[in-house]
Design a protein around this ligand. Structure first.
Ligand code: ZN
Length: 124
């Protein structure tokens, strides 16, 4: 769950990230605040040393787009949003900041799974 405007809301996208040297079970959550429309992001992860749950998020709202670009590179699949009512994942129309180029998210065999594209206006 993401937090904004004194409330929690569900992420629109959940990207599974590779484990790193210190953390495992990492999920990048991206969503838009239903109230103020701000783009919010965080990483849910568990510390390998003691299994403790922790979150990582950008310190400032202007860093949100940079944060997403940095960590979506570590994603290896997207957890489908079963709440989506209209259409498939491919036409969800997700947009994110500064998308002059599009990015493919690939699986372990380097097969293209889906594309991250378009632009998203970050309101901070
Ligand atoms: Zn908000």
């Amino acid at each position: 769950m993401l937090y904004c405007c004194n409330g929690y809301f569900s992420a629109e996208r959940n990207l599974r990230l590779y484990d790193n040297t210190t953390h495992k079970n990492r999920v990048l959550e991206i969503g838009q605040c239903p109230k103020c429309k701000a783009l919010k992001v965080q990483i849910k992860q568990y510390r390998i040393s003691d299994g403790k749950y922790c979150e990582r998020k950008p310190k400032k709202s202007k860093d949100v787009a940079k944060f997403i670009r940095k960590f979506e590179k570590e994603a290896y699949y997207e957890i489908p949003d079963l709440r989506v009512k209209n259409g498939s994942l491919s036409n969800m129309g997700w947009r994110y900041a500064d998308a002059s180029k599009s990015l493919w998210v690939k699986d372990f065999n380097n097969v293209r799974q889906f594309k991250l594209s378009k632009e998203y206006k970050v309101i901070g």
